[in-house]
Design a protein around this ligand. Structure first.
Ligand SMILES: [Zn+2]
Length: 493
């Protein structure tokens, strides 16, 4: 800003002084109008006082933004900027095309020169690019605030928050559009990264470049799923959540303090098919140091669903690293109680007497006592033999993944609480919360991707789509003939 003010011409300096004076006048006027009225009334409470001052500041903010931007636009007017696509000089179709934006201080308007490419590459306002404005009606500041609110709650609840925080009216549809657009941008970045990683993996390189020695001692990877409803078919679709957490395996970390040494978890969320979801999980695990030399152990924690182990081994079984598969102990316990219910009847004395000790020893003695107890249960005495077979089979199939005493000695987590917590925070609270929440596939993915990010709006280029305003399909070449009403259609603000 210092540089800009140094560049101010004498004449510009005068106009700057003029509008500062104008604003001073405005404040003085407001003061004179407001004060007598306030004094006449009962004593105002602080909330009311702050509210009134807020209105004044909003008005001043609008004036300041408008003048500042107008001055900057006048400074930045270039003679004949080249087309960003073909490099040919653009043609100016208006020196003063108006632009309205709703931002931190409400609606502001200004004008700026508008150019079009003679070869049909669309229209361009260089000033918009300098201001890093996106195609949306909201300024980046307001957009960021709106998005931060919208990833935590339904779109139509956001306008009330914006209204109460900043006294700015917006509608729920704007909230949806901008959140989904920015989310799609974030998802596109994520897809690019997944593609790069997949290509490197295919070429036999260690993905993610050459990782340095810095990395975790071990990495916990876990996946889980939940269902979301789409508005197109009203059907429920599985959305998957992946979590990777760097672990410190110091010998000091025993079962009593399990979880100490866990760094902050990284989440990812995908609506793609189960096999397509794993490249995403893998790309995220890489960011957490999966391929670093220090990471010698990978723990894969799941609920016992077959696809988790199948694809997990494909992506996480790496040379020089030990892969340990762990069935979430809470799921194992659920199957234990479900077997007891099918064998003895739920809530019966036999049910409690059989399952309680096994439930207690599962963590310290592992699955062996359960397998013995299952073998000792006569199938012909079962209340529901088919059910008992299902749960017994679960323990037989998963027994190698239930060596809890060993995992405890190693300091590995044995319960997927962290994943289910993530599933709940990242996913259920927003995508499935409340009845009747319906999504488009793109919208759900966009909001899910934003929710999974630590800092959802950082790194988002709000001006990205502004480089060139697209021409609608089949529109006449604006460079030929008079710039008629057709122009406003590809000028998308
Ligand atoms: Zn061009």
């Amino acid at each position: 800003m210092i540089r800009a003010s140094q560049k101010l011409s004498k004449e510009r300096h005068t106009s700057w002084r003029e509008w500062v004076a104008g604003m001073q006048e405005k404040i003085a006027e407001w003061w004179q109008d407001t004060m007598p009225a306030c004094i006449r009334q009962e004593v105002q409470n602080l909330e009311a006082i702050e509210g009134m001052i807020d209105e004044l500041l909003q008005h001043c903010g609008q004036t300041l933004v408008t003048h500042w931007v107008t001055a900057q636009v006048a400074d930045a007017t270039e003679s004949h900027p080249p087309c960003p696509t073909c490099g040919k000089p653009l043609r100016c179709v208006s020196r003063h095309r108006s632009l309205h934006k709703t931002g931190r201080f409400g609606e502001c308007a200004w004008t700026r020169p508008y150019w079009v490419c003679g070869a049909g590459h669309g229209g361009w306002a260089p000033a918009d690019e300098a201001l890093e404005l996106g195609p949306e009606h909201l300024t980046p500041t307001l957009a960021r605030f709106v998005i931060e609110q919208a990833i935590d709650r339904p779109f139509d609840q956001v306008p009330t928050i914006v209204e109460s925080a900043w006294n700015i009216p917006i509608d729920g549809e704007t909230v949806r559009r901008i959140t989904e657009r920015v989310g799609q941008q974030a998802e596109l970045q994520e897809q690019n990264q997944i593609t790069t990683v997949a290509r490197e993996r295919e070429e036999g390189k260690t993905p993610g470049g050459n990782p340095g020695p810095e990395g975790p001692e071990a990495l916990l990877v876990s996946v889980d799923g939940a269902m979301v409803q789409f508005c197109a078919d009203h059907a429920w679709h599985e959305v998957k959540v992946g979590v990777s957490v760097p672990l410190a395996l110091s010998s000091a970390i025993g079962p009593a303090v399990r979880g100490v040494g866990m760094a902050s978890p990284d989440y990812c969320l995908g609506l793609e098919s189960r096999p397509d979801f794993w490249p995403r999980v893998y790309a995220h695990a890489l960011q957490q140091g999966l391929e670093t030399p220090s990471c010698r152990l990978v723990a894969l924690l799941g609920d016992g669903a077959d696809w988790i182990w199948r694809y997990g081994a494909e992506y996480l079984s790496l040379p020089g690293k030990t892969l340990i598969e762990i069935v979430d102990i809470y799921h194992a316990r659920e199957h234990l109680w479900a077997f007891a219910a099918a064998q003895f009847g739920p809530g019966t004395a036999a049910y409690t007497a059989w399952a309680t000790p096994l439930n207690a020893t599962l963590e310290t003695q592992g699955v062996a006592p359960i397998l013995e107890a299952l073998a000792a249960c006569p199938e012909d005495a079962a209340r529901d033999p088919a059910e008992t077979r299902t749960h017994a089979r679960y323990f037989h199939h998963q027994q190698a993944r239930m060596d809890y005493p060993r995992y405890a000695r190693m300091g590995l987590p044995i319960g997927s609480g962290i994943v289910e917590g993530a599933c709940k925070t990242v996913l259920k609270q927003r995508l499935t919360a409340g009845g009747g929440m319906q999504w488009t596939r793109k919208g759900a993915q966009a909001v899910g991707t934003l929710r999974a990010l630590h800092d959802p709006t950082s790194g988002i280029d709000f001006g990205e789509r502004n480089r060139m305003h697209e021409l609608p399909r089949g529109s006449p070449n604006p460079a030929k003939g008079a710039p008629g009403p057709g122009l406003s259609t590809f000028y998308r603000h």
